[in-house]
Design a protein around this ligand. Sequence first.
Ligand code: ADP
Length: 690
Amino acid sequence: MPHSPALRFPAADWRALLTAAAVFMGFLTASELSIVLYEGPAVFAFHSGVALAALVLAGVRFWPAIFFAALLSYWQHATPPILMLTYALANSIQAVTGAYLLQYVGFKASLRRMRDIFWLTIVALLASTIVPAMGSAGFMLSAYLGGAGAPVSFGSRWVGHMFSLLVIAPFLIRWIAHPIFERTWREVVEIATAMSVLFAVYAFLFFTDIEQINGIPMVYAIFPPLFWIALRLGSRFMTLALAGTSALALIGTGLGYATGPTTVPAGELLFLTQIFLIVIAVIFLLVTAVEEERRTATAGLQGHIDQLQEALTKIRSEDDAKTQFVATLAHELRNPLAPLLSTIELLTLRGPDARDFPVMLSTMRDRVRTMARLLDDLLDISRITHQKLKLQKTTLDIVQVVRSSVESMSGYMQKRDLAFNVTLPHSETLLLEADLIRLEQIIVNLLHNAAKYTEVGGEINLSVAREKGNALICVKDSGIGIPRHMLQKVFEPFQQVNAKGGSGGLGIGLSLTKRLVELHDGTIEAKSDGEGRGSEFVVRLPLLTVSPIQPTRPKKKEENPLRIERSAGGTRILLVDDNYAASETLGKLLEFKGYTVRFTHDGESTLRAADEFDPHIIMLDIGLPDMSGYDVARALRSRGSSAAMIAVTGYGQAEDKSRSQEAGFDHHLTKPVGIADLEKILAPLASGRA
Ligand code: ADP
């Protein structure tokens, strides 16, 4: 059986009771005033303003409260039943229509926008016709049925209701919707002064019969204080001013203080006063809203200016950081260059027969690797930032990966005389979906930092364990530690605890590591008890829950390329590079390995040499002086060259690779090219040819 919702009666809600009470009071006040002030054509309809405000604030569904309050009030005045019903219904329909229309156009109770005042005016104009129209109809019906009483004119009722909707409703809506406000003492003094001036002017106008002084109509005196309130005090005090002065004006006029020598009956004067008050209300509510809108717009503009200024400051500080970064970069690139240069000079002086020749070679290789590592990190950061880094995930055993990273780092640890303890889970495989190269990069980075920031003779502990659904990798050192306030910051790019310490880094290693960990849906945190008390980096990577396919084993470390046999005899390579020095050293290496090498340094001579030399392999630099490597490749292919073509360039992004593929290249290598990478491509080509 469908669940039937509980019945809800609006009258059960305290808001409905309040609405009814308020409307009833509105009726009472209106009828009392009618009796006290006059006998005549003006109509007081305070209840309709109260009713509209009540439904705008509480919601249209409270209309029955209005219906019953109206019934009660008419019943109290012994109105004939048919009229009683028609009037009660008419008042409810009027309030509902008004509130519904306002709700429909998105009316806001703060009355700060021109459109709110515009729609309030339209609604007041239209809705205020409902009670007069239905009332007249009801009256005619009642008279037809033999009832008594004289009908009040449609116009009087219309104006009476309109006045109520435009003066009483906005006052109630504004103050009830936003009852709390704050003002400074100075503002309070200003409010009190402006209000006093305005009320004094109204009192003078409506409680004396002086209409003009020296021919100047006194009514002009209301404008300065009204503008004052509109331009400086806002909609809250404008609605109060309009309601208060209207009361003053109606009472003054009704009691006959302002009639002067006129013969116009009080009722008619009241009617005219109501029209005057309506006009003033519409004009000044609008002026107030215009000013409020202007203020809001100015404040918004100021907000934007502030935001822009903030952005500018940020750009400036980022610019400073970049300048700082370039300086550090230059420094870090020059760092390995200096020993490289001295080693080369030493080699030149002593010749290859020197006793420490292997040491010198190893120094040189280390330096070049450091530089290449820096550049790789930089490129990786840029790729990640531009969301171009794609992981090649496979199922891996983290224990195996850690083992292979440990192997590659142990030489460095030994060199720095560090005690390196590794704790791995016994006979357990911890499987996860990861990119092998990137996972190694994460572990090696952390180990490298641990070694770098620990004094010679210190201790480094690496452990891997299972922790709930994660693999937990901890790298702990006994090194220089990290101050508490820097624990989070070390993961931000270019952040170094002591930038001038000459750590031999750019401050991007950890930020790269963090992003790589996050790309694997993992987390990383840094811990340290403070400076000089060691650091710990904890990585958590989600483990696979389902049984996977056979995990990929990390590759064996590469052989020393210099040990590769001379197996390339007879293979002709055309080496094209406008950097003479670079191509000469590479050429020598290739010749040493048994290749026959021809050199060219621009596009034109390459095309010629390709005809004469008929190379098996062409290695092409992309940035040539006369034409691009891509164009040379295209030209060669269009001439029917079947040589294997290798692009050698400083650009290694995915789009560079696809561009070279389109141009007809078979391979794409990013500089600096190590002989190992080169051999991987050249050896199969050479042996295939053989
Ligand atoms: P850097 O190239 O400077 O090493 P990283 O991003 O790898 O850049 O590290 C950022 C900073 O974090 C380092 O400059 C260093 O101050 C601090 N740091 C990183 N690892 C450690 C560690 N194991 N011990 C102490 N400080 C560390």
